[in-house]
Design a protein around this ligand. Structure first.
Ligand code: IMP
Ligand code: MG
Length: 189
């Protein structure tokens, strides 16, 4: 699929769309059903922790697919320096929510790449003594480290390529594209 209508100047930088807008919406709906079914009986004790900035768009859609009482917290993590497309390792920027003891915590991020972000956050959250800690990502790259990382909810498995859109950025841009795609080589300066 090649990008066509809408997001004109942004879409022109896209080489290939890997996951379209409708496909994402349908998958988010199903993930919401699965999470709600798995957490039956935990009404009121679920805390969704959005991993920022990349998880922002996904979390906004996912919480509206969850028909139960829940709270939303944030974990701001930085892993890519500027235009780099290789992670230098996650760094927690600011504090995690503090009231996670006894609650069911679901960490929600855009992508599972090396798995280091979610491993670090899982360990940090566990220190507070939550009832459970789960992870949910919209996409997982098909690389050994990502596949070896336990993750309860995965939207899509994609090839090990650099992607943007639906929260995922290159140099902090392209997050607002409604689909997930690869960047044209000329754009990656
Ligand atoms: P990790 O390597 O699994 O710790 O992922 C670290 C972070 O890198 C993710 O939360 C994303 O924000 C970012 N990231 C990983 N792969 C990509 C990509 O292909 N495009 C854009 N951001 C990515
Ligand atoms: Mg990023």
């Amino acid at each position: 699929m090649t990008p066509s209508r809408g997001h004109g100047p942004l879409s022109r930088d896209i080489d290939r769309i890997l996951i379209g807008e409708r496909q994402i919406a349908e998958r988010v709906r199903v993930l919401g059903e699965q999470i709600a079914a798995d957490l039956t009986g935990s009404d009121g004790s679920l805390v969704i922790v959005a991993v920022l900035t990349g998880g922002l768009v996904f979390v906004a859609d996912l919480v509206r697919a969850l028909p139960m009482r829940l709270r939303i917290g944030i974990a701001a993590v930085s892993s890519y320096p500027g235009r780099a497309t290789k992670s230098r390792g996650p760094e927690l920027v600011g504090a995690l929510p503090r009231d996670l003891a006894g609650r069911h915590v679901l960490l929600v991020d855009d992508i599972l790449d090396t798995g280091r972000t979610l491993a670090m956050l899982r360990a940090e959250v566990s220190k507070q003594g939550p009832a459970s800690v789960g992870t949910c990502v919209l996409v997982r790259k098909q690389k050994p480290e990502a596949l070896a990382m336990p993750c309860e909810y995965v939207g899509f498995d994609i090839p090990d390529e650099f992607v943007v859109g639906y929260g995922l950025d290159y140099d902090d841009e392209y997050r607002n594209l409604p689909f997930i795609g690869t960047l044209r080589a000329e754009v990656r300066r």
